[in-house]
Write a protein that binds this ligand. Structure first.
Ligand SMILES: Cc1cc2nc3c(=O)[nH]c(=O)nc-3n(C[C@H](O)[C@H](O)[C@H](O)COP(=O)(O)OP(=O)(O)OC[C@H]3O[C@@H](n4cnc5c(N)ncnc54)[C@H](O)[C@@H]3O)c2cc1C
Length: 297
């Protein structure tokens, strides 16, 4: 039977795909890509499914789910005395942040509590509290669509606000190296992580229980050069987003940029609600909100 992607996305939405394979280890990922390429099967790659809205009708392609059951993290000491934290793409981003904190190393703590994998975080340049993955990523190992292995330096990864070149290339991320450094105080670092986790619990829905993919739209570019991005949530709040629904899809009561899939919701409901929200913002403010959540197909 064809597996349904709803079992693997935090929206718990998404129809069947032609084949679904979960692999974390480099050899397994390479072997799977080689096999699909040899059979002429088109494929896509996903991680934790926490930034995806997959159509109810599903996909014609196969899906490679790069997820490791347990974190695969290690420390690598550089010739210049600096330290890199190496993590497999299938490691949870939060698990990598936790590993760094427990080692007394700072650099990744702002990723605490971000759902999904290291691969997904690097691909979308995930971030929070003014920090983005790309600032800390020293290098990334990728498997190209054709099956070749390459290491891409962080400065060549095309990181920008919620973008990287990997979104276009379709390369499979296998591993990332993050720049970390010894913290002055391990207990202060632990406290920072706990504070972040507490803040997130207060502001965000718990994706383990509620069906969501976090912020649906990207924030807008700053009005003045060097300024802060304009929060999409503020514009959505102003158009009354929290009162809008579409079938089973609705807007989170604590944050107008977070879309939720309630009882009976379909991916089409979420997609339609997102369209109506973006139209309403455009009608009022003359700006088009861009989706942060990736829509498949
Ligand atoms: C409650 C909640 C809170 C959130 N908070 C934040 C936040 O604070 N900041 C933030 O930035 N995001 C946030 N998100 C969104 C999401 O967690 C991030 O975007 C996350 O980095 C996605 O990782 P993933 O592994 O789930 O990727 P997926 O959703 O599986 O995939 C997302 C994209 O990455 C690609 N991808 C995934 N893995 C790989 C790989 N190994 N190789 C190549 N491409 C890959 C996929 O093709 C897809 O295009 C939140 C989501 C939820 C549900």
């Amino acid at each position: 039977m064809r597996e349904r992607l709803q079992s693997y996305t935090t929206f718990r939405l998404g129809g069947p795909c032609c084949e679904l394979v979960t692999a974390g280890r480099e050899e397994d990922v390479r072997e799977q890509v080689r096999a699909w390429n040899a059979r002429g099967i088109s494929w896509r790659v996903m991680g934790g499914g926490s930034n995806l809205l997959v159509a109810d009708a599903g996909l014609t392609e196969a899906v490679l789910r790069v997820v490791d059951e347990a974190p695969v993290c290690s420390l690598e000491f550089q010739a210049d005395g600096s330290v890199h934290l190496a993590a497999s793409a299938g490691t949870g981003l939060d698990a990598a942040a936790c590993f760094a904190v427990e080692e007394g190393l700072e650099g990744l703590e702002s990723a605490s509590g971000i759902p999904g994998t290291v691969g997904g975080g690097v691909c979308g340049n995930a971030g929070a509290f003014g920090w983005q993955v790309g600032e800390t990523a020293a290098a990334v190992q990728v498997l190209t669509r054709e099956g070749g292995l390459r290491v891409v330096a962080g400065e060549d990864a095309g990181f920008g606000y919620r973008v990287s070149r990997f979104q276009q290339s379709g390369d499979v991320l296998l591993k990332a190296w993050f720049r970390v450094r010894p913290a002055v105080s391990r207990s202060a670092l632990r406290e920072k992580r706990e504070e972040i986790l507490a803040l997130r619990r207060e502001k965000h829905p718990d994706w383990r229980v509620q069906r969501t993919a976090g912020s649906f739209f990207k924030n807008l570019p700053p009005v003045a050069a060097g300024g802060r991005r304009v929060a999409a949530g503020g514009l959505l709040e102003a158009i009354g987003a929290k009162r809008m629904r579409e079938g089973g899809a609705y807007v989170y009561e604590k944050h107008a940029n977070i879309l939720m899939a309630g009882e009976g919701a379909t991916a089409a409901d979420v997609d339609q609600l997102a369209r109506r929200l973006a139209d309403a913002v455009e009608g009022r403010f003359r700006v088009r909100l861009e989706r942060e959540v990736r829509t498949w197909p």
